[in-house]
Design a protein around this ligand. Structure first.
Ligand code: NDP
Length: 234
């Protein structure tokens, strides 16, 4: 049966690749995004994941069309890199706002539908740097590390209701987010990855599709790395 999969930021990058996996399986995909509209047949509404009212209203509208959300992928994320001593309050708060608070607002709304159905899959897109750390990313790595605590608390709180919550921790993936890195920095990163290459968005999508499948019903509170071995299990 077709599922209703809600993916934040499914208009491009990793979110779009995840959407395409579920669409290919015949599922309905909805998304909240900010910039360019997603391609058909993804059902999109412009909204900011930091805005609870916008999130709740969009999910109400999507559920009226596609039924209760079966799978939530909290994917929307930003970076605002800078060294600790020069990092502004604005840059710290903006990254925590989208990556952590935004994920919370979406999870809170989607979980109300999942609780009623007594089933659901929550997938949070973290990062390898959430557990490894990275210079220049105190804001970003803090926001991604917090998603691990979020998934584990959700697991303990509502795991008995047929709901799982997991984190996917991608390494360096070829998207707009990594395209902004200089060739030197990209080479430095590539040399540190055991697979010696960046990943593709579709490789992250494969992990998300698996976590939403029946085969993953007994996996919860886990961190699944998709990083070419960079984090070695972290
Ligand atoms: P992109 O920059 O390509 O896409 C980010 C997405 O997030 C866009 O769809 C964007 O929408 C959406 N978004 C940003 N802010 C908001 C907001 N306030 N409200 C709603 N949507 C928002 O990034 P990636 O595809 O590379 O990254 C996707 C996720 O994967 C992120 O959480 C990122 O941290 C994570 N990740 C990425 C890695 C990589 O190497 N690329 C590595 C590890 C983790 P819009 O286009 O409308 O602005």
């Amino acid at each position: 049966m077709a599922r209703h999969v809600h993916i934040t930021g499914a208009n491009r990058g990793i979110g779009l690749a995840i959407a395409q996996r579920f669409l290919a399986a015949g599922d309905a995909v909805s998304t909240i995004y900010i910039g360019d509209a997603p391609p058909e047949p993804i059902d999109g509404i412009v909204g900011d994941v930091r805005d609870s009212e916008a999130v709740n209203a969009a999910m109400d509208a999507f559920e009226a069309k596609h039924g209760p959300i079966d799978v939530l992928v909290a994917n929307a994320g930003i970076t605002k890199d800078g060294l600790l001593m020069r990092m502004t309050d604005e840059d710290f708060d903006a990254v925590i706002g989208v990556n952590l608070q935004g994920a919370f607002r979406c999870v809170r709304r989607a979980s109300t539908s999942m609780m009623k159905k007594k089933s659901g899959r929550i997938i949070l897109i973290g990062s390898v740097v959430g557990l490894m750390g990275n210079p220049g990313q105190v804001n970003y790595s803090s926001s991604k590390a917090a998603l691990v605590g979020m998934a584990r608390s959700i697991t303990r709180e509502i795991g008995s209701r047929g709901i799982t919550a997991n984190v996917i921790a991608p390494g360096f993936i070829n998207t707009a987010m990594t395209a902004v890195l200089t060739e030197d920095v990209q080479k430095q990163y590539r040399d540190s990855i055991p697979a010696r290459r960046f990943g593709e968005a579709d490789e992250v999508a494969g992990a998300a599709f698996f976590l939403a499948s029946d085969d993953a019903a007994y996996i919860s509170g886990a961190v699944i790395p998709v990083d070419g071995g960079l984090g070695l299990g972290h």
